[in-house]
Design a protein around this ligand. Structure first.
Ligand SMILES: Cc1cc2nc3c(=O)[nH]c(=O)nc-3n(C[C@H](O)[C@H](O)[C@H](O)COP(=O)(O)OP(=O)(O)OC[C@H]3O[C@@H](n4cnc5c(N)ncnc54)[C@H](O)[C@@H]3O)c2cc1C
Length: 400
């Protein structure tokens, strides 16, 4: 957004509570690699130029990439400046920070969608000897005591962390709720390549049937590994990870209870994956790629044991750690404006917030399916900075 505002000669400042790329420096586990290939992190006027476009950036590489971009575009960033409140004034907004106040006619909220780990309410009932970590607190298996681990959540973060912990010698049980299975490589090409080429990631918020639902879809079960392997539930059971259903509750005596729909969850996930692969096959055929790339194929169904356990005693010492990989939500505690819906999310139309001159970026499906990806920021920023510039020039505005 800063780059797009500069292109339009709009005077602006970027306020950041930490260093540039703060979340990547402080809120991710050590071994994380981007699940998007190197070529895919395209920012306005800046992209990957190294020798491994199909590789996946390590955490330090992501930090370097974003910091290099801020430098390359001379972004006017004020680091170590925490926004403590934003409120309406007659002419725009008053932004209070721990380093002084700003007034502005327009403001862009780009504070991220993943500020707070969503830990289920039943976490209060976890027996005392069991240590718990959210995905933001987890760094590596050395933090964990020896012994069994329950990982709750089987999307991108949960499957990667379950894999790493199990390989460290701690037996892992993985509690599986709604998730979307995805092959890393399909017909010889990265799944992200297909989704990019076929326009899946460019799908617009005003063209999907149920945008409220689309904004809640969990992340694809993808991982960026050096060998480009698929990390699905079959890969995890193959190394000995035990699957159980969705965590439904924890009794007062410390017994975890799991839903009985694990098989259905997995069948649904297989179905969604196959729907995506069919869409890709149709696009490949229509665009003359049949015969050029590998032929279509399907993955074997997810294997689930006949009667997965419905309970697990958390008090008998077998489980020593629980990892909550149950998603994230944004933190808008500093936003003092009547712009929230019943769930505490900001009401907006493709990033244009109902309060005039206020914009929102980086939240799920803000304008496009890729809106929460690094790669999605550029297109959204171009559109929203156009809108913002028109607003400043007093033009009549449409939301799209
Ligand atoms: C586990 C995980 C893995 C991911 N993997 C990928 C991936 O492989 N590829 C990909 O493209 N994307 C990935 N993402 C998404 C990515 O992290 C970002 O969400 C996305 O790039 C959008 O960036 P952003 O700048 O909008 O948000 P963020 O990167 O969250 O940045 C928001 C910034 O706002 C600052 N901030 C927040 N509140 C305040 C405040 N009150 N005052 C001042 N500053 C504040 C934060 O410190 C932070 O630096 C992943 C996210 C997570 C959680």
């Amino acid at each position: 957004m800063s780059r797009c505002l500069a292109d339009r000669a709009i005077d602006h400042v970027v306020l950041e509570r930490g260093e540039v790329a703060h979340t990547w420096r402080t809120e991710r586990w050590d071994s994380l690699r981007l699940l998007t290939p190197n070529w895919q992190s395209r920012l306005p006027g800046f992209g990957y130029t190294g020798p491994d476009p199909d590789g996946y950036r390590t955490l330090p590489e992501v930090v370097d990439f974003i910091a290099a971009y801020a430098q390359a575009i001379s972004a006017p960033v004020r680091t170590h400046t925490t926004v403590t409140s934003v409120s309406r004034t007659e002419t725009g907004y008053l932004v209070r920070t721990d380093q002084g106040d700003w007034s502005c006619r327009t403001a862009v909220i780009a504070s991220g969608a993943f500020n707070i780990a969503c830990v289920p309410g039943v976490a209060d009932r976890v027996p005392r000897p069991v240590t718990t970590f959210s995905t933001q607190q987890y760094r590596n298996p050395d933090q964990l005591p020896v012994g069994g681990v329950l990982v709750v959540g089987a999307s991108s973060s949960g499957t990667q962390i379950a894999n790493e912990i199990h390989r460290s010698g701690r037996p892992v049980t993985l509690s599986v709720g709604e998730h979307i299975r995805a092959p890393r490589v399909y017909r010889g090409k990265d799944l992200e390549w297909w989704m990019d080429a076929a326009g899946v990631l460019d799908e617009r918020y005003d063209k999907v049937d149920d945008i409220a639902r689309a904004r809640q879809v969990p992340s694809l079960q993808l991982a960026g590994t050096a060998d480009r392997s698929t990390l699905d539930l079959n890969a995890l059971t193959a190394i000995g990870v035990k699957l159980v259903g969705r965590l439904a509750g924890i009794t007062e005596s410390g017994k975890a209870q799991f839903g009985g729909s694990l098989r259905n969850m997995c069948a649904l996930s297989d179905l969604k994956m196959n729907r995506l692969l069919t869409l890709i096959d149709e696009w490949a055929q229509a665009n003359g790629l049949d015969g050029v790339v590998e032929p279509p194929h399907r993955l074997p169904p997810t294997e689930v044991e006949e009667a997965p356990p419905l309970g697990l005693d958390l008090a008998n010492g077998e489980i020593r750690t629980i990892i909550w990989a149950t998603g994230y939500r944004p933190d808008y505690s500093w936003l003092e404006l009547p712009v929230f819906d019943r769930k505490g999310m900001i009401r907006h139309d493709g990033g244009v917030v109902s309060s005039q001159g206020l914009y929102l970026m980086g939240v799920p499906f803000a304008r496009r399916r890729k809106s929460t990806l690094i790669d999605g920021a550029g297109d959204d920023a171009r559109d929203l900075s156009d809108h913002l510039a028109s607003y400043l020039h007093g033009e009549v505005l449409r939301t799209t």
